[in-house]
Write a protein that binds this ligand. Sequence first.
Ligand code: ZN
Length: 105
Amino acid sequence: MKRIALTVFLSFLTLCLTSCRVNWFDRTYEVPWWMVAIYLAVWITVPTYIAGRYIMSKKYACPSCGKTFYPKFWESVFSFHMGDLRALRCPHCGKKDLCGPSYDQ
Ligand SMILES: [Zn+2]
């Protein structure tokens, strides 16, 4: 939870300092920080939501107890991963480990 709060806080600070000047043909426009923030929020939120829903729909197998489970949305979005392996907490035994996808769907 601390990592999420720190990420949100640093993103907010970065956006507060962000504004840019756009040259469109011969005119120059000053783009305020909130337009950049809206663009980035949509650009980050939509793919994250789509990826989270996709990962959530896959069944993972726990290496400790061997049982399969579907990860929760936030866990699937923010979990550490290497390829198909994801660091997930097993709802059956409670251990957090690198879980691979289960192909017995
Ligand atoms: Zn387990």
